[in-house]
Ligand binder design. Structure first.
Ligand SMILES: [Zn+2]
Ligand SMILES: [Zn+2]
Length: 277
């Protein structure tokens, strides 16, 4: 309805901004990262300086998995239209066609994601989603999708935490992109309790860990898969494989953050890394 009436849209935006301003006056709060008083209106509990400090992903990245590339690893199609691939993607080892992230998983964004993960911070999920929608639009045709699907948590983990942070982001992103939100995946095997998993352990842990929910329909759909963090890409790849096997036409993925460096599995199988999957 709002799409058709610019005036109604304007009014809705004004009301939302007025609400934010009111909230900041009535409920003064500190930035959750640097603890300085939040002076601007808005429900995101992080100050503009901290938000601006999130490391953006460099321009030179792997065309498939989005891994930042320090040096030129492969150039094809001449010098004007170069396509770069990291060592994990030649030949491709991921089931998703393409993965992009908003930020590098370090410094302030690590704390921001922890806040989102354990405190169900809707405004922060919304802020991430807004920026992810912009990133998806920048990617053009490649990221044109039919549905938005979150990476699921195992039911016992979700029960313990009360919600799934990837679902919070995915729901908001679906709204931003005006696409249906479809939580069609289910995690049927838990992540091993070990805090630190080797790269090979991570791939083994997700093998057979996901299935599509009974009666879910993904035939011929272009899927936008959403998670909070990409570390090795194993989780996103396992989810993508399940969706493709269930009939999806293609899967591309968006995450809020990604590891600056993905360990290369084939040549260094035992590299231990911490953090989320
Ligand atoms: Zn701050
Ligand atoms: Zn790659």
């Amino acid at each position: 309805m709002l799409q058709t009436f610019p005036l109604a849209r304007k009014a809705a935006r004004w009301l939302s901004q007025a609400g934010d301003a009111l909230a900041s006056v009535l409920l003064p709060a500190d930035c959750r990262l640097c603890e300085k008083l939040l002076v601007t209106g808005g429900r995101v509990p992080i100050c503009e300086k901290c938000l601006a400090s999130f490391q953006s992903v460099p321009a030179r990245i792997c065309d498939i998995c989005g891994q930042p590339l320090e040096s030129l690893q492969r150039v094809t199609a001449g010098t004007t239209n170069e396509v770069l691939h990291c060592a994990n993607c030649k030949p491709p080892r991921f089931a998703f066609a393409c993965a992009r992230s908003l930020t590098i998983y370090q410094d302030a964004v690590v704390s921001a994601i922890l806040i989102l993960k354990y405190q169900r911070m809707y405004p922060l999920a919304k802020w991430f989603a807004k920026n992810l929608a912009e990133l998806a639009r920048q990617q053009g045709e490649r990221f044109r999708a039919d549905v938005v699907v979150p990476v699921p948590l195992h039911p016992s983990r979700q029960k313990e935490r009360g919600f799934n942070q990837a679902a919070l982001i995915a729901k908001s992103l679906a709204r931003e992109l005006r696409l249906p939100y479809r939580p069609v995946l289910q995690r049927i095997r838990e992540r091993p309790p070990k805090k630190i998993l080797s790269v090979e352990d991570r791939w083994a842990a997700v093998r057979g860990a996901f299935v599509t929910r009974p009666h879910s329909q993904v035939d011929n759909l272009r899927i936008l898969l959403v998670d909070d963090v990409l570390t090795t890409g194993a989780t996103l790849s396992a989810c993508s494989r399940v969706l493709l096997d269930a009939g999806a036409q293609s899967v591309v993925s968006l995450t809020v953050a990604r590891a600056a460096k993905s360990p290369v599995t084939r040549t260094s199988p035992a590299t231990a890394t911490g953090g989320p999957e």
